[in-house]
Design a protein around this ligand. Structure first.
Ligand code: ZN
Length: 428
């Protein structure tokens, strides 16, 4: 049989790459039961008081959702819980976090949206209120700007008597975040609007207010990352499989990359966009070592339920952040929860990649069971599904690779697997 050589190797040139704080992590809970889809991502700051408060809140939302929606549903009905976050640290001191809860269910007339914010001063070890940020003198000014902006931006949704009752100098404004230029105030649906309206936010330039705390403008460095390809030899006569990892990157991904590299194995990582920036080094290493990156949405929303605008946002935001951090632009996507329809397939411009072998590593805690699932009855061209968000997956992988090697398999990326299929067809 003829041998073909395909050239494929990834190499990255980086200049002025801004390093992120390595201690930050994102925790991920992704589950798919028969009636229930759960996609939760939230930051871990390694500040005890802050992490404890966030986890407590996440837990209570998660438990409440499970008890409310798990039992109510008929077989054909489904409910989705999605929690997304925003996390920024200002001046290495002020941690600004928001958690966005989204619940969609056959039982609900409208999806449920809710926001919660946390602003924590790492230096003084305390949560900040709006009164810690603004001087008392500037409160009247703040209220006046806020009222004007609310009516200007959300006139159609605002309920005026609620606005008058709440937007006063005495109110606490518990939902806010800030950066070096802007103070952002949030309101949940139903607070000053009708309950079917979405979360609303108003940005006020800090220059228009008197701020109590020291905030220095931060220099943002632009990084230039280029992606180029170089040779890798592929042998079409060999049995190949594609290992794929969903829902990362996470704190476990780096070790997975090392295991793959030590074994001259290459894999494909379907990543969630909102985690990419936190794990910049991991993402760059992923590409440098010759692995492939695929799109797995921005925050793991259930894609078949989204309208065209929201779907495009999920895909494009993820493509953009991957390109920005690694220089690489994905050409493939794995739909969240493996849920795909003809309609969604048509809407997506990226190649949809499913799997042929499910290790169920998200469900089973036993490493041996995961290893068995990944190594029993494996065929040439199989695509194996795993998740780089569990420690047990790392341990299982250490056993899986030698067993599959022993069975004669080579480990290739999804694009290489497709290329090999193509070349074999031509060689016939
Ligand atoms: Zn997933």
């Amino acid at each position: 049989m003829k041998k073909y050589i395909i050239i494929f190797f990834a190499c990255i040139l980086m200049t002025g790459c801004g390093k992120k704080d390595v201690s930050k992590n994102i925790n991920t809970i992704i589950e798919k039961e028969k009636n229930i889809l759960v996609g939760i991502n939230y930051p871990v700051t390694n500040i005890k008081a802050l992490d404890h408060t966030i986890e407590k809140n996440i837990n209570s939302i998660y438990q409440k959702f499970k008890s409310q929606y798990n039992t109510l549903n008929e077989l054909h009905e489904q409910s989705e819980l999605n929690i997304d976050y925003y996390y920024d640290v200002i001046n290495n001191r002020y941690h600004n976090i928001t958690l966005h809860t989204f619940i969609n269910s056959s039982n609900l007339a409208n999806p449920y949206h809710h926001i919660k914010s946390y602003v924590y001063d790492q230096q003084n070890k305390k949560f900040l209120t709006i009164h810690d940020i603004l001087t008392e003198d500037s409160f009247l000014q703040f209220v006046s700007i806020l009222k004007t902006q609310l009516i200007k931006k959300y006139g159609e949704c605002i309920l005026l008597d609620k606005l008058k009752g709440i937007i006063t100098p005495d109110y606490n404004y518990p939902l806010f975040t800030f950066d070096t230029e802007t103070l952002t105030i949030y309101f949940n649906p139903g607070e000053i609007t009708a309950s079917y309206c979405d979360i609303i936010d108003i940005e006020i330039p800090l220059s228009r207010l008197q701020v109590k705390i020291p905030i220095n403008s931060e220099l943002k460095t632009d990084k230039v990352i280029e992606f180029t390809t170089n040779p890798r030899v592929l042998d079409i006569s060999k049995k190949v499989i594609a290992l794929t990892f969903d829902d990362g990157p996470s704190k476990y991904t780096k070790e997975i990359l090392d295991i793959l590299n030590e074994n001259h194995a290459y894999a494909t990582f379907f990543v969630i966009g909102n985690k990419v920036e936190i794990y910049q080094d991991t993402m760059q290493k992923m590409v440098q070592l010759g692995n492939e990156i695929g799109n797995h949405s921005y925050n793991h929303k259930w894609l078949t339920k989204l309208n065209q605008t929201d779907l495009e946002e999920q895909i494009t935001k993820t493509q953009d952040i991957i390109k920005q951090i690694t220089g690489y632009t994905p050409t493939i996507i794995r739909p969240t929860y493996g849920s795909i329809s003809q309609k969604l397939r048509k809407q997506l411009s990226l190649d949809v990649i499913m799997w042929t072998v499910d290790t169920s590593d998200w469900k089973y805690k036993s490493i041996d069971r995961i290893v068995k699932n990944a190594t029993t009855n494996i065929k040439d061209l199989d695509i194996i599904l795993m998740h780089d968000t569990h420690e047990r997956t790392v341990s299982a992988l250490k056993k899986i690779i030698p067993i599959l090697k022993e069975q004669g398999f080579e480990f290739v990326t999804i694009s290489e697997l497709k290329e090999i299929q193509q070349l074999r067809k031509q060689a016939k």
